[in-house]
Design a protein around this ligand. Structure first.
Ligand code: PBG
Length: 328
């Protein structure tokens, strides 16, 4: 009988020992909360596949943002749903558009207590539901779309966004937005690029929440093929060359290999978006009695940090902040 010389279990013996040697930690300040604000509703409405997530009115948004800040989640990313849509998505840059109104109100009511990120895309605003405008053949017109993203970014910055997050996956979008921000007096506004965004079925519930399912076709001509990791590195590199301050991988859990490799290559801050389908999946499994909610959420978010994400965009942000405080 020989006995082991190496005994890793020595350091797993008690909670204090385990905590001392834990390599990865999760803090509320590393979480970003997505919020939906709609000008098409009179009362806040729960998203069917996402229990606990709502489309907010301008009023309920403010209440939620306040509650969020009090719970320790001060960074918010806003998605707007306009009262009416058109082919160009003109609601995205309207001075009194849904997102502009929301940004102004949160900025004036909450001041420096919140950090406001504006998602920059057209799909919530176009009547066809695509992330870009269409040419005569009905194809996405990449370069015409860039001008509209730039216009939307400037109006988001004017309304108080401190970070613009382009999510449409058009080529050149970061450069177009950077140039427009600089030319219009917003050199201090940062860009968080959805750099490696995959064409994922896990966005399903978001399309209900943001009312942006494409009316025809799909997003595979602009979002990335799920099989491509090298291409993800190239997308990240390009966005950094174009002037992104931070980059993001999306979705989260099924793409942690991409997060890990990005972390190894990139010195810039790296985020991961744990998307609507990930939220729905954990919620549904917990509701069915198959998973314990709190443990599943804590473990999966720790895994995203362990893979290398500096921060996580997650619909669990507010609940998670409460649990993290109890753990501390
Ligand atoms: C596009 C956008 C989407 C998400 C964030 N920005 C939807 C899409 O690409 O279809 C998905 C987020 C989620 O699923 O939680 N504006």
């Amino acid at each position: 009988m020989s006995f082991p010389e190496e005994r890793p279990r020595r350091l797993r013996r008690t909670p204090l020992l385990r905590s001392l040697v834990r390599e990865t930690r999760l803090r509320p300040s590393q979480l970003v909360r997505p919020l939906f604000v709609s000008d098409a509703i009179k009362e806040r409405r729960e998203v069917r596949a996402m229990p606990g997530v709502f489309q907010e009115t301008q009023d309920s948004l403010l209440a939620e943002a306040r509650a969020s800040v009090e719970a320790g989640i001060s960074t918010l990313i806003l998605f707007g749903i306009p009262a009416s849509k058109d082919a160009q998505g003109s609601g995205a840059w309207a001075p009194a558009g849904v997102i502009q109104k929301a940004l102004r109100r949160l900025r004036s009511e909450l001041g420096g207590d919140v950090l406001l990120i504006a998602d920059n895309c057209l799909d919530e605003y176009t009547d066809h539901g695509h992330c870009g405008v269409l040419d005569e053949q009905g194809e996405i017109d990449n370069d015409a779309t860039l001008e509209l993203y730039a216009r939307a970014a400037v109006s988001q910055a004017e309304a108080g966004a401190e970070i613009i997050a382009p999510s449409g996956m058009m080529d050149g979008q970061v450069e177009a937005i950077r140039t427009a921000l600089d030319d219009n007096g917003f050199p201090e506004v940062a860009i968080l690029a959805y750099a490696a965004k995959f064409a994922s079925c896990f966005y399903g519930p978001f399309r209900e929440a943001a009312e942006c399912a494409p009316r025809f076709g799909d997003r595979r001509s602009y979002q990335m093929d799920p099989g491509n990791r090298r291409e993800a590195m190239r997308e990240i590199e390009l966005d950094l060359e174009e002037g992104a301050d931070m980059v993001m991988v999306k979705p989260g859990l099924p793409y942690l290999d991409v997060v890990l490799e990005a972390r190894q290559r990139v010195e810039h801050p790296l985020g991961v978006f744990s998307v609507s389908g990930e939220y729905a999946m954990i919620r549904a499994a917990a509701a069915a009695g198959g998973l314990e909610l709190r443990s599943a959420v804590l473990e999966s978010h720790l895994a995203m940090r362990r893979a290398g994400a500096d921060f996580i965009l997650t619909y669990f942000a507010r609940e998670l902040a409460g649990w993290l405080r109890e753990e501390a």
